[in-house]
Design a protein around this ligand. Structure first.
Ligand code: PMP
Length: 310
């Protein structure tokens, strides 16, 4: 059920304000032309401790600064400031459930014309309660999208740019309209796999984890990075970053998506070809279990990934 009491607040123009007061001008460049960069983080509710933990807080803000550099957006706060504001905001919201946090740095210029290097920019942060973004109770049915992933020299996928999510919206909407749960994209003009509409992709084949390399028009996912570390450290699984062809997916032993929203989401069907038993694979299940422990600060070794909201 929708939680109507949240969000109550936003960090906006330098301070925390009631969410109704966080409004922007209709002429804003970022609204008109997509000239903004953003992040998506999760906070997890640890029921036994009655605490919230934000997953990889600083890493998300590091990526926000990298995205901002590409888009020539100046962020007038430090990473430390943004981490502190995020914690303050979550304290005010006082969640007792999992939540999603959206920092957004944007070109606030009001003149007509798509330009990057203007002097006006701003940043806001808000959060919403968020359970599952993808249904994790079953293996997903996915298709290879007829929409290619945007290449690096068109709109850089490495940067999390708001305007580039038109590409994701086309993929996701087409997939849903055709009866699938999600889409997998190929890089432009090739048969090499990139990622999902807003999540990275892993393939298990012969007890080896494969994932497309960061040079293959993907967002360098923070969950992807966590999965690589957990697979190597906790499951002793080799991880190979290499180009994956579309039809390799059909004969994979297991496939799964990963991302802040998606978490660890098993795939059971690609383009009508059944993957494994059309249910969560053995290795995917192990990774999912470890991931859900790690994000709630239930594995001491990974507590550096978790920031307590106090
Ligand atoms: N690819 C895209 C296009 C995304 O939007 C996301 C979500 N941020 C991801 C991958 C996964 O990244 P992360 O694990 O950092 O959330």
């Amino acid at each position: 059920m929708e939680n109507l009491s949240h969000p109550s607040y936003a960090f906006f123009q330098g301070g925390i304000v009631p969410i109704e007061e966080a409004k922007i001008d209709i002429r804003t460049c970022a609204l008109q032309y997509g000239t903004a960069v953003f992040e998506g983080l999760r906070s997890y509710w640890n029921e036994s401790e009655q605490s919230n933990y934000i997953f990889r807080l600083e890493d998300h803000y590091k990526r926000l600064f990298e995205s901002a550099k590409t888009m020539m957006l100046k962020i007038n706060y430090s990473i430390k400031d943004l981490c502190d504001y995020t914690i303050d905001l979550l304290k005010k919201e006082n969640y007792t459930e999992d939540a999603y946090i959206r920092p957004f740095a944007y070109n606030s210029d009001l003149n007509i014309g798509p330009r990057l290097n203007k002097d006006s920019q701003d940043l806001f942060i808000y959060s919403i309660p968020l359970g599952e973004y993808l249904d994790l109770s079953r293996a997903l049915k996915v298709c290879v999208s007829s929409w290619a992933r945007i290449p690096d020299n068109c709109i850089p996928p490495r940067a999390k740019i708001s305007g580039s999510y038109v590409n994701a919206a086309l993929q996701k909407t087409e997939a849903i309209m055709n009866g699938y749960d999600e889409a997998i994209t190929l890089s432009y003009g090739t048969s090499f796999v990139c990622e999902g509409s807003a999540m990275n992709l892993f393939m298990v084949k012969n007890e080896i984890l494969h994932t497309p390399p960061v040079s293959n028009d993907i967002l360098e996912g923070i969950t992807r990075n966590a999965v690589i570390e957990l697979a190597k450290e906790e499951l002793d699984l080799p991880v190979v970053e290499r180009q994956i062809s579309r039809t390799e997916l059909y004969s994979a032993d297991e496939l799964f998506f990963c991302g802040t929203g998606a978490q660890i989401a098993p795939i059971g069907n690609v383009d009508g070809r059944i993957i494994g038993n059309n249910e969560i694979g053995e290795i995917t299940k192990k990774i999912q279990d470890i991931y859900f422990l790690a994000v709630k600060n239930k594995i001491k070794k990974y507590s550096m990934w978790c920031t307590k909201v106090i």
